[in-house]
Write a protein that binds this ligand. Structure first.
Ligand code: CA
Length: 418
């Protein structure tokens, strides 16, 4: 897998957000010894903190090696590389992936409906994430996760953010050890009395395949995210994000829910046509993934239409938090422009999954291709002065009838709702 979407999913590392050039590629020494020393110290630390016999870890990591290909893949784009939303979008929202998404939705409909009822995360959004990440398991990565994480933890390329990335991957490597130790039957913390885990299973887990950033399985979870957020969806007692679609579906929903997903609320709003050229919007797009404006403020600035602040009209409450999302575009003749949308809390929930605006927006638009209705779904309060009937949410779209709503929303439409 290559590209931003395959970058560390749920993890705070993403190529898209840090297009920083390499400072000194020549001075970069290639030291296998350095990796061994760093690794040895991490194993000793982990063994001591968790009561795991150091010998078990040393044996399991004896064949660890640096993956030079991984070191190249985490580098930012070449100098002069311009981020282009249109090119990114085209890679993910395309006929093959959409067809696979509709099939996944169909094959897992009843389980997706159930998860949607329990968590409020639409099945179409879950399906879009798994589609953008791996096309439903077709591209889960072919690198040994143990080698990937050791490489990036102790031999990250010489970039200005090397130190922080190494710390991040050292933590992920530690998480991998703990994850695999538990999955192989070991207890944490381990004691001399507790049963030893299966050496074969421990090793298989450490050597399973991952993306070049160490992301695992259908939804591409980092080891730390598997430990914190993954869940056993099919009830067989194991968390298997590689083989079990239900485990993957339930885990994606849980991740989003635990990162602020607001049931029944939209992901983003398109902006008003006339606001595209305004100075105001340019000034508000600071690239910081925080919702520091309210929908009411953006309506007052003419960036959003009035009905976006109207819950009964598919909008959200006027005091809902929002941010301006900038999506740079390079057209065929080289012209640079920026497309803007207004991101809501659910947009930021997806950004937690993969820290890239391009990623979150492509998930939203892919979900729309699969029939996701990017409007609020709240109970209708009928009044005498009810506005036009086509703006009124039907019972099928209200929370008071979640079963009908789930079915309705999961049904793929030929055209997305604008
Ligand atoms: Ca399971």
């Amino acid at each position: 897998m290559a590209g931003c979407a395959s970058n560390p999913s749920p993890t705070p590392a993403s190529r898209a957000s840090t297009p920083t050039p390499i400072v000194n590629q020549v001075a970069e020494g290639f030291s296998e010894q350095e990796l061994k020393q760093g690794l040895q110290s991490l194993l000793a630390q982990t063994a001591s903190a968790e009561g795991i016999p150091l010998g078990s870890l040393e044996a399991a990591f004896a064949d660890t090696k640096t993956l030079s290909q991984v070191r190249k893949l985490v580098l930012p784009g070449p100098p002069g590389f311009k981020k282009n939303w249109l090119a990114y979008r085209k890679r993910f929202i395309e006929p093959v992936r959409i067809k696979a998404g509709r099939a996944f939705l169909e094959q897992n409909r009843s389980y997706l409906d159930r998860v949607e009822q329990e968590t409020g995360v639409p099945g179409t959004v879950i399906t879009a994430i798994i589609g953008v990440e791996t096309i439903y398991g077709r591209h889960m990565g072919n690198f040994k996760v143990k080698d990937v994480l050791a490489t990036l933890a102790f031999h990250y390329p010489d970039t200005p953010y090397r130190a922080s990335r190494e710390r991040l991957f050292q933590d992920q490597l530690k998480q991998l050890i703990l994850l695999c130790w538990s999955q192989a039957g070991g207890s944490l913390p381990a004691t001399p009395q507790s049963p030893a885990p299966s050496t074969t299973q421990f090793s298989a887990c450490l050597n399973q395949s991952s993306s070049y950033a160490g992301a695992i399985g259908l939804p591409q979870f980092m080891p730390g995210s598997i430990r914190s957020f993954a869940i056993d969806g099919d009830g067989d007692g194991l968390i298997d994000l590689r083989q079990s679609r239900q485990d993957a579906i339930a885990s994606v929903a849980r991740f989003l829910r635990m990162h602020g997903w607001q049931p029944g609320m939209p992901i983003y709003f398109p902006i008003e046509e006339r606001a595209t050229q305004s100075q105001a919007i340019e000034g508000l797009a600071d690239g910081i993934p925080q919702a520091k404006h309210t929908v009411a403020e953006l309506i007052a600035l003419g960036i959003l239409s009035r009905e976006r602040g109207d819950l009964q009209a598919g909008g959200v409450a006027p005091d809902s938090k929002a941010l301006i999302v900038d999506l740079p575009i390079v057209s065929a003749n080289g012209d640079e422009q920026v497309r803007y949308v207004v991101g809501l809390e659910n947009f930021l929930s997806i950004v937690q999954y993969n820290r890239s605006y391009f990623y979150a927006q492509s998930v939203a638009e892919f979900a729309q291709e699969l029939g996701y209705d990017n409007r609020s779904a709240v109970p209708v309060i009928k009044t005498a002065s009810e506005s036009s009937p086509n703006k009124v949410k039907t019972a099928a779209n209200t929370k008071s009838n979640p079963k009908t709503k789930a079915k309705d929303k999961a049904k793929p439409k030929v055209k997305p709702t604008p």
